[in-house]
Design a protein around this ligand. Structure first.
Ligand SMILES: Cc1cc2nc3c(=O)[nH]c(=O)nc-3n(C[C@H](O)[C@H](O)[C@H](O)COP(=O)(O)O)c2cc1C
Length: 473
């Protein structure tokens, strides 16, 4: 079964939406386990404004930190009235006291260079600290946006606009190296048990013939020993950063000192302070699909938790067919867990991808989940139904989930915004994708009558709008 990741959508999936989705449509119950049906919620990208992380983006993240804190400390707190997990004798719900990973949020950053990247990562780390969390306690992963097609971002070299700028990406990935905790994924097809995390095959080296136990021998001159990944003699293996190595042909002596502990430097401490994982969300390229293939060696070398690929070009925005041929090439060459993103709106779509790409690590869904918040839930149910038929919960009601999320969002907007016009501007788009789906009979979607759709669109004030919503409630 594939992991389902909730895509970030600026203007839609801010924290009020993420939390409401988690509470009303995120939790899956296969009869034996209670866990989140969403592997991760990604925030819309945080960006730099006037040399600093934009305060509005940080406030959004801060609300998630407060939410996580409230769930950890308030053990009987459960806002999901439509969902009643069994309570134990002390009135503890299985959801209460769960680690923050249960509601797994991955902040996303967009940057044009390593310096913007550092500003944003530092701001996220500082926010966590200011809210009383240890650096690795919450948000242990940060996603890097290399896919945004919006011209304002792309034309300034951010998002998909960074994809042709290999040097900028290299510098960002060097920063990733420095800030990463040790992450070592075996390659596709590599046996996990025999995978030696301190020894990577060389670029182009055949995995089968690669000697996974290849370390400099006693007394061997390290400088002349060809190594992508070896601790220096006398370097402590535990604190060795296996993702920092001189490049092919690079002189070890003059090699960037970030890659190896300096004389007297406590690398373990440095890394524990910056314990983070990173992932990349990208497109095939900005103007050409060759761009992602050219980037593969660089991406493969970086210590990434995963890559999410939306197989279109930046210049296409969201139009035109997905390019499965180039995706296939990228899939074959990519050494990181790979997540597919793009145009997934039904269980059938997910199952098709599962068959086409057996090594896929997951799928990321955006508009399909906004249209049908229960899609991940329904997929999990379908997968589990054959195994635990009797205990599985009944097919969930998509429309009910949609309405519950809507109610939670409206309550949030009413608190934060002023006047009908502002609230309507913000809440009306919530229906965009659900309405689109309702008009397409081929999609798994909640049923919304055309008459109601028209009333929602034409409502002149909040009262008319709420009358329209009542018709489907
Ligand atoms: C309105 C809108 C806002 C988006 N904002 C972001 C964003 O902040 N970060 C990002 O990585 N992708 C963003 N995306 C792209 C989505 O995450 C996703 O890649 C895209 O919608 C394709 O997936 P889907 O077909 O499942 O929706 C946005 C897309 C839309 C339509």
């Amino acid at each position: 079964m594939l992991d389902i990741h909730f895509a970030p959508l600026q203007g839609y999936t801010e924290c009020a939406y993420r939390q409401a989705h988690f509470l009303y449509a995120g939790i899956k119950n296969d009869g034996t386990n209670l866990e989140s049906g969403i592997a991760a919620y990604y925030t819309p990208f945080l960006r730099v404004e006037k040399g600093e992380a934009r305060p509005k983006d940080l406030r959004d993240l801060q609300q998630d930190l407060e939410f996580i804190k409230s769930r950890q400390t308030n053990i009987c707190h459960c806002e999901n009235q439509g969902y009643n997990p069994p309570l134990d004798s002390n009135c503890h719900s299985p959801l209460d006291g769960e680690s923050s990973n249960f509601y797994n949020v991955i902040p996303q950053v967009i940057c044009r260079d390593a310096s913007e990247f550092s500003i944003l990562v530092d701001a996220i780390q500082k926010l966590k600290k200011d809210c009383g969390f240890a650096p690795d306690e919450v948000f242990p992963q940060i996603d890097i946006n290399m896919g945004c097609p919006f011209p304002m971002q792309a034309k300034s070299g951010r998002g998909s606009g960074i994809l042709p700028r290999i040097d900028a990406i290299r510098e960002i990935l060097q920063e990733v190296n420095i800030r990463s905790i040790s992450l070592n994924h075996p390659r596709v097809g590599e046996d996990l048990a025999s995978h030696n995390p301190h020894c990577h095959p060389r670029e182009g080296e055949d995995l089968a013939s690669h000697n996974t136990h290849c370390h400099p021998r006693e007394g061997e001159d390290l400088a002349s020993h060809n190594t992508h990944c070896h601790p220096r003699v006398s370097e402590d293996l535990a604190s060795h950063n296996p993702h920092c190595h001189p490049r092919e042909g690079e002189d070890l002596a003059s090699h960037n000192t970030h890659c190896h502990p300096r004389e007297g430097e406590d690398l373990a401490l440095k890394h524990s302070q910056n314990a983070l994982k990173f992932s990349v969300k990208m497109r095939l390229g900005y103007t050409s699909p060759e761009e992602c293939l050219a980037l593969l060696p660089l991406l493969n070398e970086a210590p990434l938790a995963h890559i999410t690929m939306h197989p279109r070009l930046g210049v296409q925005q969201y139009k035109g067919a997905l390019d499965f041929d180039t995706f296939q090439k990228f899939y074959e060459g990519c050494r990181h867990p790979l997540i597919f993103n793009g145009d997934i709106t039904s269980i059938a779509d997910i199952e098709r991808l599962e068959k086409m790409y057996p090594n896929l690590a997951g799928v990321m869904i955006g508009r399909g989940l906004l249209a049908n918040p229960q899609l991940a839930h329904q997929y999990a149910f379908q997968k589990s139904v054959s195994k635990i038929c009797q205990n599985a919960h009944p097919h969930s009601n998509s429309l009910q989930a949609l309405l519950q999320i809507h109610e939670a969002l409206l309550a949030d907007y009413r608190k934060r915004l002023q006047g009908d016009a502002q609230i309507l501007d913000k809440i009306r788009p919530f229906w965009t994708y659900a309405v689109e789906a309702a008009q397409d009979p081929s999609r798994d979607h909640p049923d919304i009558p055309k008459r109601t759709i028209k009333k929602i669109a034409k409502a002149r004030n909040l009262s008319e709008y709420l009358d329209a919503i009542k018709e489907i409630a």
